[in-house]
Design a binder for this molecule. Structure first.
Ligand code: ADP
Ligand code: MG
Length: 730
């Protein structure tokens, strides 16, 4: 039988043509056609139902049952114009994927007559069987139920899969006793906390500001490779990454991929998934090649955080599905291939007011600049004070391969702000003191005002090595993993910002109460915050060893592995913070911590099994087969009387193969033993640490010898597609 690898290569070469995408329609002609936007709601709902929907979106209030019935029937009427037969509550449980349970509109009445029905009850709340979703012990066994509840702030949409069309209703997912079991519930709460605290601070500057909405623009990196080839790699199928594979002769050293022309087959795939994304209202704007071969990126125009998060999770689904139509496979894993860049998902974040102001955009007048400085410095303080939580929010088994491994961004959370703003902060630090008077204030305002506009020119000296960078009018959280749900990072970022702004208000008010002028009080607290948090600012090379040392001197945390990084979620400080802002109760936090540890263990466990299996059933047999050929050859040469020097090389190779085989076998054995021991550990945290310290350590050792064998063994015997085939053939 021909190996999967050779089959895949053969198929790739013979039928990868004819992949041209159909000519695309104008984007505006299709944008949002599968979304129940407010415009469509206007058309399909009665006045009352429409008003009630709008007000519930604005105030995040509940919709009553009667209105629910009306909205549901309008929604169904719209969906039926688009040939929808089923609906589902669409939610984001803590498995990392999205979940759906499809129900048909079709129903039978008691008299047996058939009817299509969708009422308010079905729209507003459902009870999926929750027992198969992770709960971290929150759902006691006697009460396995949870329920999903409609989130009106994210509009319903239609998912098209082939001929099937399903109406998806974005929902939250909570246990019967009200604890959150998903990614969205805490995120929505964090957005409320931020809004409240930010409005209070905005009131110092502009009484017209009555709401503040955080914004998110993510940049999704991913790899795409031929599906036939990917399917011949059990490691990719099972874990999303290659656990073995020698670096190809050509890697990314030529730097010829970045912004290069997009290969035709990939281009066709991109056009297809973009079309689907546009119809779902996802405002994609840029697409380009990334640094590594076969790596790409797409990014939308930014949106409100909640919607942006939904759109990102939705897009990851769409991409994965559409790729199959092109016989391609999308790899969202943070590190699918060793030796070349991994993938991240930069989270560009800012805050927008109801008056249309971006709070992280330097202003045009001294007054608006003071508002900018306030939010800018508060962000720095928030990141400084809660760097451990931000780190924890992006911790995952996949992201461990990027953070703190030999690739960036590092596990140290630091902030890059650029030269001009560094100067501005230095000025403030120097000049604002206790006896800071109105004249100082005037001078400073002018100085700051002079230097800030130049910021806009500063975009070129962006520091790509910083995990958290100010990029002109937003912060860019770059350490988020490519496969992550942005909700985790966004929940933490918005919570800590809410916390910091609330404290800022308390501090400034205290000064005002002592008779200080408002602007002066604000400047003085800003100055204090700069002093308190400047250790988190770093403009140098974040990938360098010196920075690790320097960060240590500054006392910045540098936690390199997930099991330890997650500790930050259950410190007293974190518990108080999240409870205070009504994001998580203590037991919710404990439960989440538990779930994240369990996820980590499962991921590493699966990898360990795949590595053991592949090494034993793919790699060693190939090595032995080839070694046998060498032995036959040596024997034959001996038999016809050739001297030792005539087969010394063959003997040398055969010996090396034996050494690698021995090393692999021993390491696989030790890894299995370590797994047995770790599986007996009861405590989740201890178990995760055991998986990290005692099991994962074998991965690189085994890989080293496997990769050496790849260079020795006859190519024809090698069953796993090689890096050059995965990365360069399409
Ligand atoms: P890059 O970081 O690759 O140089 P850009 O600076 O053009 O690219 O922007 C990257 C991302 O930042 C885009 O997805 C964009 O939507 C997002 N973005 C721009 N402004 C904001 C904002 N005010 N809030 C959130 N995201 C933003
Ligand atoms: Mg970017």
């Amino acid at each position: 039988m021909q190996s999967l690898r050779l089959n895949a290569l053969y198929n790739l070469i013979s039928d990868s043509k004819n992949q041209l995408a159909p000519p695309s329609k104008k984007i505006t002609a299709i944008f949002g056609e599968n979304v129940f936007s407010l415009k469509k709601a206007r058309e399909f709902l009665s006045d009352d139902a429409y008003k009630s929907l709008v007000s519930s979106i604005k105030s995040q209030s509940k919709i009553d049952r009667r209105m629910g019935d009306q909205i549901a029937s309008g929604l169904k009427a719209w969906a039926e114009t688009r040939k929808v037969t089923h609906y589902t509550h669409w939610f984001q449980p803590l498995t990392g994927a999205t979940a759906e349970k499809h129900d048909s509109f079709f129903t039978l009445k008691s008299d047996g007559s058939a009817l299509e029905e969708f009422d308010g009850a079905a729209l507003i709340q459902q009870e999926p069987d929750a027992s198969s979703f992770p709960s971290g012990g929150l759902r006691a066994t006697f009460e396995a139920r949870g329920y999903t509840a409609w989130d009106p702030s994210s509009p319903p949409f239609i998912m098209e899969i082939g001929e099937g069309r399903t109406l998806c209703i974005p929902t939250i997912f909570v246990s019967y006793t009200g604890e959150s079991l998903d990614a969205k519930t805490p995120l929505l709460k964090a957005l409320v906390a931020l809004d409240k605290a930010a409005i209070d601070v905005c009131q110092y500057f502009d009484k017209n500001i009555t709401s503040v909405t955080p914004t998110l623009g993510w940049e999704q990196e991913y790899f795409v490779i031929d599906a036939g080839i990917a399917n011949a790699r059990p490691d990719i199928v099972m874990t999303g990454r290659t656990v073995f594979g020698h670096a190809p002769a050509k890697g990314q050293q030529l730097e010829d991929h970045y912004f290069g022309s997009i290969p035709e087959r990939i281009y066709a795939f991109m056009r297809d998934y973009e079309t689907e994304a546009y119809r779902l209202g996802i405002p994609l704007r840029t697409r380009h090649n990334e640094v590594a071969p076969s790596q790409f990126e797409c990014a939308p125009i930014f949106e409100e955080v909640n919607l942006a998060v939904d759109h990102n999770t939705l897009l990851m689904d769409v991409m994965t599905r559409v790729a199959k139509n092109h016989n391609l496979m999308v790899l969202l894993h943070e590190k699918p291939f060793a030796g070349i860049n991994g993938s991240g998902k930069h989270n560009n974040w800012s805050m927008a007011t109801n008056t249309g102001v971006n709070l992280l955009s330097p202003g045009k007048t001294p007054k608006t600049n003071l508002m900018f400085l306030t939010f800018f410095v508060n962000t720095i303080k928030a990141v400084h004070d809660h760097a451990d939580l931000l780190r924890a929010s992006i911790a995952s088994a996949g992201n461990d391969h990027r953070l703190g491994a030999n690739e960036a961004p590092p596990a140290i959370i630091s902030i890059f702000i650029g030269k001009y703003l560094t100067d501005v902060l230095n000025q403030i630090e120097k000049r604002v003191g206790d006896k800071f008077d109105e004249q100082d204030e005037a001078i400073l305002k002018l100085d700051i005002h002079k230097s800030i506009p130049e910021l806009m020119l500063d975009n070129t000296d962006r520091n790509r090595t910083s995990p958290f960078a100010f990029t002109g009018n937003k912060f860019e959280f770059r350490a988020v993993g490519s496969a992550a749900n942005c909700a985790s990072a966004m929940t933490v970022l918005n919570t800590i910002m809410g916390e910091t702004l609330a404290q800022f208000k308390v501090d400034v008010d205290a000064l005002i109460d002592t008779g200080e002028k408002k602007e002066v009080a604000i400047m003085q607290i800003i100055q204090k915050y700069i002093v308190d948090s400047k250790s988190v600012l770093f403009e140098g090379d974040g990938y360098s060893e010196e920075w690790e040392k320097e960060a240590k001197r500054r006392g910045l945390p540098n936690v390199k592995t997930t099991p330890l990084a997650l500790d930050a979620f259950v410190t007293d400080k974190a518990k108080k913070l999240f409870a205070h802002h009504n994001i998580y109760t203590h037991s919710e936090l404990e439960a989440r911590h538990e779930i994240m540890l369990e996820n980590y263990v499962k991921k590493v466990q699966i990898e360990a099994r795949v590595i053991g299996d592949l090494a034993t059933t793919y790699i060693l047999p190939a090595a032995i087969k080839y070694q046998n050929i060498l032995i036959q050859n040596i024997q034959g040469l001996k038999d016809i009387g050739i001297e030792e020097s005539g087969y010394a090389n063959q003997k040398h190779i055969a010996t090396k193969i034996s050494e690698h085989i021995a090393n692999i076998s021993t390491s696989v054995e030790s890894m299995i033993e370590a797994r047995k021991a770790a599986n007996k550990v009861e405590d989740s945290r201890e178990k995760a640490i055991a998986y990290c310290d005692n099991i994962k350590v074998h991965f690189d050792k085994i890989r080293y010898h496997v990769d050496k064998l790849e260079l020795l063994v006859d190519d024809e015997f090698w069953e796993l597609p090689k890096y050059r085939e995965m990365l360069f053939l399409r």
